[in-house]
Design a protein around this ligand. Structure first.
Ligand code: DX5
Length: 224
């Protein structure tokens, strides 16, 4: 099994551009500035059923990988993810995150690991952190959504910080290298709030790609 391109948590905050807000008319131009400053990139996959929006499928993974030169994390906001694991793995996603609320999540995590990929489990805002407990022995990443999934550009939900801290405690108790990722409404200020609560992987979409200089924006976050 080839080694994973994804780094292990190291106490440093990983910056993860979400391509949902990138300029698809010029993906290369959009992602070029982040090549050296981000740790990996995320594709937000939406099926119009699990969330009231449709985004993209596995077809864009190789283009995002090539344009960014970074590992690709596929965040599956889909109601039945089992049917898409092979396709995203085959397209080159090195980490696949399914939602705890989607059908067959446990079997999907097993399958992602059996394929030699990193597995993530995401929680919608209303889903309690206790849903993570049965998976702490196998997960590589936990994603605490800080918005209701479905759209970029939404307002950060500060009430999720309690959940982030609780997830951090669960990860510490597991003794395993598990990323604690937040996604939704991340900007310079909420990045600081999230890192202070225990997050060590920040997914950033609209704040990054709407910044005058995405590179300067990421360099600023690096100071956190
Ligand atoms: C929601 C998406 C967004 C996206 C980041 O379903 O997952 O959270 O990745 O969007 P911003 O950074 O624009 O809130």
């Amino acid at each position: 099994m080839k080694p994973s391109p994804f780094p292990l948590p190291s106490g440093r905050v990983a910056l993860v551009p979400s391509v949902l807000s990138a300029d698809f008319a010029c993906l290369k131009g959009s992602l070029a500035p982040v090549r050296k400053l981000a740790d990996w990139v995320q594709v937000d996959v939406m099926d119009g059923v699990f969330v009231p929006n449709i985004s993209f499928g596995p077809v864009i993974v190789p283009f995002v990988a090539k344009a960014s030169g970074l590992p690709v994390d596929a965040h599956l906001m889909v109601s039945r993810p089992a049917g898409f694991i092979d396709a995203f793995a085959g397209a080159g996603a090195g980490l696949i995150t399914v939602h705890a609320e989607s059908e067959g999540a446990a079997a999907c995590i097993k399958k992602i690991k059996a394929l030699g990929l990193k597995a993530g489990l995401a929680l919608r805002p209303k889903t309690p952190v206790s849903r993570l407990a049965p998976f702490m022995k196998v997960l590589d990443l936990v994603l605490v959504m800080t918005v209701e999934p479905g759209f970029g550009g939404q307002a950060f939900m500060p009430e999720m910080m309690k959940k982030v801290s609780a997830a951090r405690k669960l990860i510490a108790a597991s003794g395993r290298p598990i990323w604690l990722q937040v996604d939704g409404g991340i900007n310079a200020q909420t990045a600081r709030t999230s890192a202070a609560a225990g997050a060590d992987s920040l997914v950033i979409g609209s704040a990054l790609f709407s910044a005058g200089s995405p590179a300067a924006f990421l360099r600023g976050l690096r100071k956190i």
